[in-house]
Write a protein that binds this ligand. Structure first.
Ligand SMILES: [Zn+2]
Length: 276
């Protein structure tokens, strides 16, 4: 593992455009269980309730359910604090290497840790979004609407129905987040895949795009790929479907331990060779 950490530091040091793709594994150390793991949200609630179609059919019902979840503390992420993994990625940005974080998490912890460019691939629990015009509203503003008796809450701009911003099953990824993620994956010469088993599509496709410049979305992207063949560094506590297929190497371990070790090694490199 020590050698792989050195290798990762070298790869990042030599890169022009590093992008990170993160998932539930970076937030478990902040006390947010993976929704899909034992103790996670889907053990208590039927994920099928969170089908996009069901929301459209009966938005009031889903809002009532989400209020109940909030009351019972099941969606209580406001108190969660970023951990060493989030902080390491924020530091990597401050050092000038990391250009953006694409996260599948909806917990706002990368932003809390100080990362300034975070693409929320699956939306955010802190926001709601109008299904008519796409305008986003902070959850406080939505709570006010609900407290005033508006259920489902409506968009002040177009009168459309507001939906929790977190992406539901069967719901398309917000177009802006999708397009930017694809474009960042294509620009990346190093992609760090951290704390994600990469089984949820289309996010799982992003490392393939970084590596091969194409994938499922290749026809939807007009710009030519400037950088095919990114080095994909995987940091996970177990092998995934990316391992040996698209990742160049897997650093096995806790992301909150491995990422700071890479940073420390990178700082050592900078001391030897100079900062970039
Ligand atoms: Zn609207």
């Amino acid at each position: 593992m020590k050698n792989l950490i050195k290798r990762a530091a070298w790869d990042i040091y030599g890169a022009q455009h590093v992008v990170a793709l993160t998932g539930a594994g970076v937030s478990t150390e902040s006390g947010i269980p993976d929704f899909r793991s034992p103790g996670g949200l889907w053990e208590k609630y039927d994920p099928m309730e969170f089908m996009y179609e069901r929301f459209i059919a009966n938005p009031k019902r889903i809002w009532e359910m989400s209020l109940k979840m909030k009351r019972e503390g099941d969606l209580d992420m406001a108190e969660a604090m970023p951990n060493q993994a989030h902080l390491a990625l924020s530091e990597l940005e401050a050092m000038g290497y990391l250009k953006c974080v694409i996260t599948q998490n909806v917990d706002n912890l990368h932003q809390k840790a100080g990362s300034s460019d975070v693409i929320e691939f699956h939306g955010s629990l802190l926001w709601g979004r109008c299904i008519g015009c796409g305008r986003r509203y902070p959850s406080d503003a939505i709570d006010d609407k609900i407290d005033a008796g508006q259920l489902p809450p409506l968009c002040g701009q177009c009168g459309g129905i507001l939906k929790p911003d977190a992406v539901f099953f069967g719901e398309p990824i917000p177009p802006q987040a999708l397009q930017r993620s694809i474009s960042e994956a294509r620009r990346a010469d190093v992609m760090i895949v951290a704390g994600t088993s990469a089984v949820v599509y289309p996010a799982a496709e992003l490392p393939f795009i970084a590596k091969r410049g194409g994938g499922f979305f290749s026809t939807s992207v007009i710009e030519p790929s400037p950088n095919v063949g990114a080095i994909v560094i995987e940091v996970n506590d177990e092998p995934t479907q990316l391992t040996g297929k698209v990742s160049d190497y897997l650093i096995l371990g806790k992301v909150g331990t491995v990422l700071p070790e890479i940073i420390a090694q990178l700082r050592e490199l900078e001391r030897e060779k100079g900062t970039k």
